[in-house]
Structure formats: structure tokens, C-alpha cells
Design a protein around this ligand. Sequence first.
Ligand code: NAI
Length: 447
Amino acid sequence: MQIKNICCIGAGYVGGPTMAMIALKCPDIKITVVDHNSERIDAWNGSLENLPIYEPGLSDIVKEVRGENLFFSNDVETSINLAEIIFMAVNTPTKTEGKGSGMAADLSNIEACAQTIAKASKSDKIVVEKSTVPIRTAEKIKEILDDNGNEVNFEILSNPEFLAEGTAVKDLYEPDRVLIGGDETESGEKAVAALVDIYSNWIPKDKILTTNVWSSELSKLASNAMLAQRVSSINSLSALCEKTGADIHELSKAIGMDHRIGPHFLRASVGFGGSCFKKDILNLVYLCKYYGLNEVAEYWHQVVKINDYQKKRFAQNIIDRLGGNLEGHKIAILGWAFKTNTNDSRESPAIYISSKLLEKGASLKIYDPMVSKDKIFQDLKEIKISKGISDNLINKQLNQVSIFNNMESSIQDSNGVAILTEWDQFKKYNWKLLKQKNIPVFSHMSL
Ligand code: NAI
């Protein structure tokens, strides 16, 4: 099947960069990324310096393909109808109400997409799950699509995205693997072949793995769980190091040099953040419980619990070191993004830690090279609201926050510094100068 037109629903951290890469590598395919958030679409169509997502190398690609074969639009239904393949790259957060609240994935965006696709499609379509979804979601999507009351046929594929924010362009250009799950029927195999053809434009065939739909859906949850588990494993050992005099950096190196273990994801940190790890593990835990696998559920749940413990420990360490009551203390918070080289602060440990320090009366001087002032205040407000704190108290605490546009101003006059994102510029600073002045620097980086 010759694909000429692709539509991607969801112009976020996955939809935007992934479609930009496909557009770059497949100049004969027209790609339209649609979203019901018109501000986001306007930003994608606006200045290259202010794209809604910061990723190294992304604006260069967008510059090359936007208006050639890559388009961003709010006209969801027309774009769906014109496409042969429709990617769903919408957000699938943790449910906040109803059955499975706080654990299961909220699939309402996926269901809404399926309903729109069912309504808008006048010809056969391949529908691709790009979002991370629980196992057997394809079944639910199929039910909605097949209830469309017309003669259109839909083939559903699972093609989870493994890019990591901060290195998305590199990951899309040279992925470890591309995973495509499809039905083992004649039409299923044809659909898989059509998607394989697209990726084959730049990815070696041996890196394109085809599986059944359920293996593909579950592989994404399992990969994120395994990665997060390594972070929690090393972080749990950092607690033991602090009690015993062992050095966690030396421990990481010694463990990681074992080729059976390897060095990646073995650096102690303030805890993992981001929109994916926590929600995907909770989703896995929910699935295990649903299938009656309580021991398996508890095993994976512990990964999230250790992460919460690590963030709490980090905050408590600062509080204890500065004497318990932080009134009158000014603390520099360096880094707000959940990791380096992104402007994404979803689930960033900086939010939790700052909130704790504010509770204890500290004044915070925050600096991040990429996250905007408005976003930092919005994040703090949201965490306070989620804790049921009164408006008065929220305003009082937010008045203790100032945002700076460079690291030096943030550090100046502070009597403690917490490094919460490992931006390169923080690594280059001469931290010994502060230590000499007896100003404590709280960080998991080796300074
Ligand atoms: P995002 O929140 O940045 O973007 C999702 C977009 O979908 C939003 O702009 C939203 O307005 C739009 N949307 C939601 N429902 C819609 C609808 N019915 N019609 C039109 N637009 C709609 O989310 P992100 O980070 O791109 O994640 C998307 C999916 O990819 C999630 O399932 C996530 O777990 C998964 N994923 C995310 C990765 C990441 O690093 N952010 C990496 C790999 C997978």
C-alpha cells in the first residue's frame, strides 16, 4: 500500500517531534499534525525560537519541512479523512476519578480520538496507537471504530514511542528499535507492512521489530517499568551509602562496569520525574491487580514508593541541615525541568521539593534555563491546590518565591543551594567556592 497522507492527533512532546522526523525522512508523504489545543497549533506554526517544545535539533528539522510536507492544523476531521494512516499521540494520564482512580490510565482522550476517527472517516484507515496505553486497548478502540455505522474498515496497530525527552531527535533518528504490533490476519499484516515501509526510509530493517498487538502494548509499559526500577534501585542504595560512608558514585561505577548490568540508568538522583514513568508503572500495577497478580503488583509499586521516598529524603535532608525551621532562609533552586535539555516540568522532583521547603517557611530563588516563570508558578500553585491548602496560604507561600534568569543571581545571597536538574551549566560552576563559604550545596551530582 502506497501511503501518501498521514494524520497525527496530538501535537505534544511525542506527536510533534515524531512527525517532524517522518516528514524529514519521507518527503513524498504529506503529514498533518492536529490538536484541539489551538494555542499549541499556533505555536507550532509560529516562530522557530518559540516552538511549544524545546528539544535540541528540533527547530532545524521543523524549519526544513514545515510548509513543505509537514503541517499543523486544528481541522481534525478533514485531516483524518484525507489520511490513510492516523497516529494517536494524545496524552494518557493517570485517572483522577472513577474506577481505578490514582492508578489506571485515563483513556478518555484515546476514546475521543476513536470516536472522531469513526465519524470523520469515509475510506479505510490504519489507526496507530502511538500513545502509551494499557494492554488490550486496541480491542476497545476497535469496538468504537466498528460501531461507526458505515462500511469503512479499520486496522489497528500498536507502535509505542520510546523516545526520551532531551534526546528526542537523536532517539527518533537512530532508535534502538521500532516496535510495531499488528493482527496476525491478512489485512493486519498488510497494515504492518505499510508502517514498516515508512520507517524503512531511514531505519535498518533489523531494528524494526514486528509482534502481536498485545506484546507491543505491554512492551512499552514494561520498558518504562524496568528503566524506572534501575533508578529506584540505585536511589535506594544511596540511602544506605549515606548511613555507612560508602560513596554512591563509586558504587554506581563499580556496579555498572559489570557487563551483565551495564552503566545506564545507574546514577543516583533526586528521583525520576516526567509524565511517563510514574503513570506507566501505576498503570502496570493496576493491570497486575486486575488480573489477580497481587505479588507482581506490589513488586512494581515499590519502584514508585522508593521514588517518593527519595524526593522526601532529599527535602528532609535540606530541612535538617538548615535547622528545621526555614523562616529567614533563602534557598537557591537550580533547575525546574524534570531532566536536562527539555522544557517539560511534568512530575518534576523540583515541584515536590520546593513545595516542602516553602511549607517550612523558606524563601526560594529559582532558576531554570528553559522553563518559563509562569509555568513554575503554575506548577507550585497546582501542587498546593492538590494538597487542599487555603488560597491565603497559597498566596503567602508563593510570595516567598522569586524567579531569576541566570544562575548567579539565584545563588547570590542564598544560604543553601539545591541542584534539582543536571543542566550542563551547573556542572561547570565552581561549587568549591560556596563550600568554602560554608554554604551547603545539595545535589546528587559529583561536584
Ligand atoms: P502531551 O500532553 O505533550 O500532548 C498530547 C496532546 O494531545 C495535547 O496537545 C492535547 O491537547 C492533545 N489531545 C488530547 N486529546 C485530544 C483529542 N481528542 N483531539 C485532539 N487533540 C487531543 O503528551 P505527550 O508527552 O506527547 O504524550 C503523548 C503520549 O505518548 C502519552 O501516552 C505518553 O505516555 C506517550 N509517551 C510520551 C513520551 C514523552 O517523553 N513525553 C515518550 C513516549 C511515550
